[in-house]
Every structure is written in structure tokens, then in C-alpha cells.
Design a binder for this molecule. Structure first.
Ligand SMILES: CC(C)(COP(=O)(O)OP(=O)(O)OC[C@H]1O[C@@H](n2cnc3c(N)ncnc32)[C@H](O)[C@@H]1OP(=O)(O)O)[C@@H](O)C(=O)NCCC(=O)NCCS
Length: 426
């Protein structure tokens, strides 16, 4: 099938999550992604293992639709294979710690010299310039340093990380956008370029509205926040489940009161009348809509904690699904807090191919989260992740045109293993 990125070949040196999430998306859009792994494989193959001797879900869920080749980048023949692949690829991607690629002897300048059309995608914790550039980073380090943690949680509690992997997967998404732009620019320039995304920068980008509020604090309190704010406060406070936008929102507990029996409700200005009437009717408060505390959005902001209390009283009579139906009828934007169990069994999720069943030679049946970007002319066909080095010979033959005899010579020289195979003396 001809897909959006058919004909684009990616040399994927990425590991762990931030890079692989990007290359998986590009593979789902049709790119030929050749995952170049060290002889021990991407570390995630063995991390958080749930099935003995099988690639972990950590690996399989981030590496679908790719081909895996093993190349020892510390071996001279391995480096020759790498150079040959660079000449045949449109994009090379990496998210090593600072300096790793340079230590292999392949700076961007060198890579560009080898193939002037190649685009290089690079993820670093903090980018290649600035005082933090020499440091490694993982997801939560990026959340800590990009502004997400200081603004997540409640003021009296510690900062919290979010379950969504905004530091890793969020950065991967940013990189994909940059690479697609670079591919487009290559049509006119004929040249590749270096595309870099720092995890800290990506998290800051995703926290943009918090920097809106940071600047507003110099002019006065933030009326929509349910927690106290004041002019000159400096840093934006953690504000629990506040909406973060112009409309008021909150997570409200429902029946029967379990850990995920909550519904998120946005009391959009236009829906207050209908919602207020409903609350008033059920709670025996017929004048609620005209209550001066809630008459205007400004008043509702001011008295929002009273409003949440009343909505909460009503919500406790219903399950989150029942309450969702009631609110949907009133056109109130809302969503039950969905657990992973809820989502894994949700009809809507199933229909949109967002939780797909796959097979794997080592682990049998498993599920991956599906492709969230739906291209009408390029639907994703999701295929299992490769086993370590599954396609080494195939890629060498098909992409590089290397003969079986030559492959054997390279193998002997240690290009595809940690150490060169020992010669058995006669
Ligand atoms: C994620 C991270 C912290 C992991 O750190 P790490 O496990 O020490 O891994 P590094 O990337 O620093 O180093 C990888 C090592 O594997 C080696 N290696 C990688 N591919 C190889 C190959 N094909 N052949 C031989 N060696 C290889 C490298 O040479 C390096 O060893 P060295 O330090 O002796 O040079 C680090 O890679 C990082 O900060 N990456 C950028 C930010 C990022 O993407 N973080 C999110 C990850 S989800």
C-alpha cells in the first residue's frame, strides 16, 4: 500500500521512549524505519519484563512496524555499515546522551559530509547549547525542569508528575513535526538539516498556558483559579484540577466513590442556566439559577468552590456514566475519569482502533495503543515490533546490496556483535 511516507527511509538509532515513539509514528505513516541497535539491543527490550525471555511491553509498544538490525558502532566494520546506511537514508535519528555520537566519530558535520541530503533528528534532555547541555535526562527530569511539575498538584502538597509522558512521547511528537518540515524544505533546498528538540523545551511548549498566567500575575490575581493568587505572586501555583482555561472546570466525585469514580465537568458559560436549573430541581433549590453568587461568570469564578460543592452533591447520586448522560443532554462538556481498564474495554476506543491486538513470536497476544493520527489516504496498518537483529541480513542485502559472502566476512570482523567471533584454531 502506498502511504504518506512511503519512500522515506529512516536510520533509527533511538532508544528508550522519546525517540522510538517518534520513529514508530513515522513507520505508521509508511516510512521504512531501520532500527539500528547495539549488540545488547535497546535497553528497554529487557526492562520491566512481564514474560521471561520475551521482549518487554516497554519495547514492543514503542517499536512496531520497524526493522531491526544490530550494528556495533565501536567496531571499524560496524562503522562502515553505518556509513553505507547513511548514504541510503533520508533521515537519521538519535537520542543518545550528550556526546555519544561524537565519540563514535560521527558529528553532524561529518554525517552531512557523507550525505548532504540527509536530515538528522536529535533529542537531548536540554539541547546542544546552554549550561544544561551536558546532562542526561529522563521523562520526569524533563517534567521537573520544563514547568510541568511545579504547576501540577495542590498548593499544600508536593509537585506531581503527570501520567501522560509529555517529556518523552511529547518530545517525540515535536521531533516528528520538525522532521516533516525538514523533508518539505529539502524539496526546494535539496539539502538536509539538523533538527533538534530538547525535552525541557518541549515540556515548556506544552506548559504554554502556565506562562500566560505567569505574566498575568504581574497585573493582578487570577480570578479563574480556585486557589488563592495575588498580584506579584511570582510563580504560578499548583491549582489541583482547575480547568486552566477561560471556563471553569473541576473533577467531581460520583457514586460509588471508588478511586476513578470522578467526572470532569466544564461549566461553560452558555450551559450554566440549564445546569443550574437541573441542580436546583434535584437538590430542592428552585432559585439556584438566580442566586447572585452564580448569576454571572465573574460571580461563579468568585464563588466556584460553593458551586463545585453543589454539583458534587448532585453527582454523588449517580455513577460517572449516568452523570455523563445527564450532562450530555444539557450540552455540558464533561468526561468521566477513565481508568486504563475502562479504556481497554471501551467500545469507542475499539471502534477507533486505539487499542489493537497484536501477536508476537516470543510473547503471544498483546495490545498496543493505536495510531492517533488518522490519514484518510494513508491508514496505519500496525505490525508487531521486530526481535533483536531480525532484519540484519535482509537490510544488508536489500538496502546495501551486500552479498552473503561479504556479510559473513563482516560478521567475522565483529560488525554485528559485542566482540568479534573467536577464531577456532585448527
Ligand atoms: C536516556 C539516557 C539518559 C540513557 O543514558 P545511557 O543509558 O547512559 O545511554 P547513553 O545514550 O548515554 O549511552 C549509550 C551507550 O551505548 C553505546 N551504544 C549505543 N549504540 C551502540 C551501538 N550500536 N554499538 C555500540 N555501542 C552503542 C554508546 O556508545 C554509549 O556508550 P558510551 O557512553 O560508552 O559511549 C540518555 O541516552 C539521554 O540522556 N538521552 C537523551 C535524552 C533522552 O532521550 N531521554 C529520554 C529517554 S526516554
Amino acid at each position: 500500500m502506498n502511504q504518506a511516507l512511503s519512500g522515506v527511509r529512516i536510520l533509527d538509532m533511538t532508544h528508550v521512549q522519546a525517540g522510538p515513539t517518534a520513529t514508530q509514528l513515522m513507520a505508521w505513516m509508511g516510512a521504512d524505519v531501520i532500527k539500528l541497535e547495539p549488540p545488547v539491543g535497546d535497553a528497554t527490550r529487557g526492562q520491566l519484563r512481564d514474560v521471561p525471555n520475551a521482549d518487554s511491553l516497554y519495547f514492543t509498544m514503542l517499536n512496531c512496524n520497524k526493522r531491526s538490525i544490530v550494528v556495533n558502532m565501536k567496531n571499524a566494520t560496524g562503522k562502515e555499515v553505518f556509513v553505507a546506511l547513511l548514504k541510503k537514508c533520508d533521515i537519521v535519528m538519535e537520542n543518545f546522551g550528550p556526546g555519544v555520537l561524537d565519540r563514535f566519530g560521527f558529528t553532524w558535520e561529518k554525517i552531512r559530509e557523507i550525505n548532504p541530503r540527509i536530515i538528522m533528528g536529535s533529542i537531548k534532555g536540554f539541547g546542544s547549547s546552554g549550561p544544561y547541555s551536558n546532562f542526561k535526562a529522563y521523562e520526569n527530569v524533563a517534567q521537573a525542569m520544563g514547568g510541568a511539575m511545579s504547576t501540577t498538584g495542590v498548593p499544600e502538597g508536593p509537585p506531581f508528575v503527570t501520567g501522560a509522558q509529555i517529556g518523552d512521547s511529547g518530545t517525540g511528537l515535536h521531533l516528528v513535526i520538525g522532521l516533516l518540515a525538514a523533508l518539505q524544505q529539502r524539496h526546494t533546498s535539496g539539502k538536509g538539516q539538523y533538527v533538534e528538540v530538547a525535552m525541557m523545551d518541549a515540556v515548556m511548549n506544552l506548559c504554554r498556558v502556565k506562562f500566560r498566567d505567569h505574566q498575568r500575575l504581574s497585573r493582578g490575581p487570577l480570578a479563574e483559579y480556585s486557589v488563592g493568587t495575588h498580584q506579584g505572586m511570582g510563580a504560578v501555583p499548583r491549582a489541583g484540577n482547575d480547568s486552566g482555561g477561560g471556563q471553569l472546570g473541576n473533577a467531581i466525585r460520583c457514586k460509588p466513590g471508588g478511586p476513578n469514580d470522578f467526572i470532569y465537568i466544564v461549566v461553560q458559560e452558555v450551559v450554566w442556566k440549564a445546569l443550574g436549573e437541573r441542580i436546583g430541581r434535584e437538590l430542592g433549590l428552585p432559585d439556584l439559577v438566580d442566586d447572585p453568587r452564580f448569576a454571572t461568570i465573574a460571580e461563579r469564578r468568585h464563588h466556584q468552590n460553593d458551586m463545585w460543592e453543589l454539583i458534587g452533591e448532585l453527582a454523588l447520586k449517580y455513577t460517572k456514566r449516568e452523570f455523563m448522560e445527564i450532562l450530555n443532554e444539557l450540552d455540558v462538556p464533561c468526561g468521566p475519569i477513565m481508568s486504563t481498564e475502562d479504556l481497554a474495554n471501551d467500545e469507542h476506543v475499539k471502534l477507533r482502533n486505539m487499542y489493537v491486538e497484536l501477536d508476537h513470536p516470543q510473547r503471544g497476544t498483546w495490545h498496543n495503543v493505536g495510531m492517533p493520527i488518522k490519514l484518510s489516504d494513508s491508514p496505519a496498518v500496525i505490525k508487531r515490533s521486530p526481535t533483536l537483529g531480525e532484519h540484519t541480513d535482509e537490510v544488508l542485502r536489500e538496502v546495501l546490496g551486500i552479498t552473503d559472502g561479504e556479510i559473513a566476512r563482516m560478521r567475522e570482523a565483529g560488525a554485528f556483535s559485542k566482540d568479534a567471533p573467536k577464531k577456532v584454531s585448527a
